[in-house]
Design a protein around this ligand. Structure first.
Ligand code: NAD
Ligand code: UFG
Length: 334
C-alpha cells in the first residue's frame, strides 16, 4: 500500500514517514520545502533503511498533484503540508488561507479525480479555543482566535462536508496537542530557523547557547506554579497515532475528530526543569508578561483515541527532553 505524505520532510511528517516505512508501507512524500530541507529524505533512509519517493511539489499546484497520482497508485493521504506560525498568520492571513485551505481543497479534488478517498488530516488543539474547560473532549464546541486556527477549524468543516456529500470518503481529523522531542536516533527533529515561537525549541536554543535566556510568558495563571500548562506529546508517539488513524480510516467511512495527546498537563517551569535534568545544562529564564491569545491550561481527553484507535502515548516529558536534547547535540555538535 502506497501512502502519500504531504509535508513529509517537515517535523511531524518525517517522523510519520519513518513509522510508515517501518510498518511496511510504501511512502511518497510531496513537500515544497518552504519549511524543511531535502536532506530529511536521506535521514529517513538512515533511520529506516528504506527511501521514500520524493516530489518537490506544492499542494496548490494541481498539475503536480495530478502527476503524483498518475505516477503512483496512492491508497491514502496523510496531509501535513501547511503553514503553522500563529503570529505570522495574523500578519499575512491571505497567504495562510491560500496555502492551507486552497491547497487542501486542490489536493482533495485531485484525490476525488483519482478515486482515492482515505484522508488523515493534521488538525490542532487550537480549535478548542479559549473558553472550553479541560480536559478538551472532541464533542466540545470549536472556534479559533487567529487565521492559523481558522484554517484548521474551517478545514475540519470542509472535510466533514465532503464526507457528507460523498459517503465513500473516510477522513480522520487528528487534533494534536503540543508535539515536541525528536527521533531517538537523533537524526530527525525540529530546528526552526531564527527565533522559535514555541517553548520547546526555544528552551533547546537557550541550552545550546544560541539564545541567552527564556522568557516565561506569565506566572500569574490559575495553575499550580502560575505558568501555562500544556499537554506535551512525543513526536514519535504522535507519528504512531497516524498509523492507527490510517487503519481506522481504511475500515470506516465519514469524518471523525480525534485528540492525540497524553492527557497530562506540564507547566512551563516543569518543562524547563525536565530539560535541565535531561541535558545537565541550566536554563536561565525571566518572567515576562503574558503572551496575547494564550490560555492557562490545555490538555486532552484521551478516551476517544484509546477507544477508536487503540492508541496511547508511551513516552513522558523526560523522554521528550532526552530525545530533543540528543537531536540538538548531534545537530549542533554541542
Ligand atoms: P513543519 O513546518 O515542520 O512541516 C510542514 C511541512 O509542509 C514543511 O516541510 C513545509 O515545507 C511543507 N509545506 C507547507 N506548505 C506547503 C505547500 N503548499 N505545499 C507543499 N508543502 C508545503 O510543521 P509540523 O510541525 O511538522 O506540522 C505539520 C502539520 O501539523 C501542519 O499542518 C501543522 O499545522 C499541524 N500541527 C502542528 C503542530 C505543532 O505544534 N508542530 C500542532 C498542531 C498541528
Ligand atoms: N511559552 C513561554 N515562552 C516562550 C514560548 C512559550 O513561556 O518563549 C509558554 C506559552 O505561554 C505557553 C507554553 O509555553 O504557556 C506553550 O507555548 P507554545 O508556543 O510552545 O505552544 P502553544 O500551546 O501556545 O501552541 C502550540 C502551537 C499551536 C497549536 C497548539 C496546540 O503553536 O499552533 O500548540 O497544538 F495549535
Amino acid at each position: 500500500m502506497r501512502i502519500l505524505v504531504t509535508g513529509g520532510t517537515g517535523f511531524i511528517g518525517s517522523h510519520t514517514a519513518a513509522e510508515l516505512l517501518n510498518a511496511g508501507y510504501d511512502v511518497v512524500i510531496a513537500d515544497n520545502l518552504c519549511n524543511s530541507s531535502p536532506e530529511v529524505i536521506d535521514r529517513i533512509q538512515d533511520v529506516t533503511g528504506k527511501r521514500p519517493v520524493f516530489y518537490e511539489a506544492d499542494i496548490r499546484d494541481r498539475a503536480a498533484m495530478e502527476r503524483i497520482f498518475r505516477e503512483n497508485e496512492i491508497g491514502a493521504v496523510i496531509h501535513f503540508a501547511g503553514l503553522k506560525a500563529v503570529g505570522e498568520s495574523v500578519q499575512i492571513p491571505l497567504t495562510y488561507y491560500e496555502n492551507n485551505i486552497a491547497g487542501t481543497v486542490t489536493l482533495c479534488q485531485v484525490m476525488e479525480q483519482a478515486g482515492c478517498h482515505v484522508f488523515v488530516f493534521s488538525s490542532s488543539a487550537t480549535v478548542y479555543g479559549m473558553t472550553n474547560p479541560v480536559p478538551f473532549r472532541e464533542d466540545m464546541p470549536t472556534s479559533a482566535t487567529n487565521p492559523y486556527g481558522w484554517t484548521k477549524r474551517m478545514l475540519e468543516q470542509i472535510l466533514t462536508d465532503e464526507t457528507v456529500a460523498h459517503p465513500e470518503w473516510s477522513v480522520v481529523l487528528l487534533r494534536y496537542f503540543n508535539p515536541i522531542g525528536a527521533h531517538p536516533s537523533g537524526l530527525l527533529g525540529e530546528n526552526p530557523n531564527g527565533i522559535p515561537n514555541n517553548l520547546f525549541p526555544y528552551i533547546a536554543k537557550v541550552a545550546t547557547g544560541a539564545l541567552p535566556r527564556l522568557n516565561v510568558f506569565g506566572n500569574d495563571y490559575d495553575t499550580p506554579d502560575g505558568t501555562g500548562v500544556r499537554d506535551y506529546i512525543h513526536v514519535v508517539d504522535l507519528a504512531k497515532g497516524h498509523l492507527m488513524a490510517l487503519e481506522y480510516a481504511f475500515n470506516h467511512k465519514g469524518a471523525e475528530a480525534i485528540n492525540l495527546g497524553t492527557g497530562k498537563g506540564t507547566s512551563v517551569l516543569e518543562l524547563v526543569h525536565a530539560f535541565e535534568k535531561a541535558s545537565s545544562v541550566s536554563i536561565p529564564y525571566v518572567i515576562a508578561p503574558r503572551r496575547a491569545g494564550d490560555i492557562a491550561t490545555c490538555y486532552a481527553d484521551t478516551e476517544k483515541a484509546a477507544k477508536l484507535l487503540n492508541w496511547h502515548a508511551q513516552f513522558g516529558v523526560d523522554d521528550m527532553c532526552r530525545d530533543g536534547w540528543n537531536y540538538m547535540v548531534k545537530r549542533e555538535g554541542k
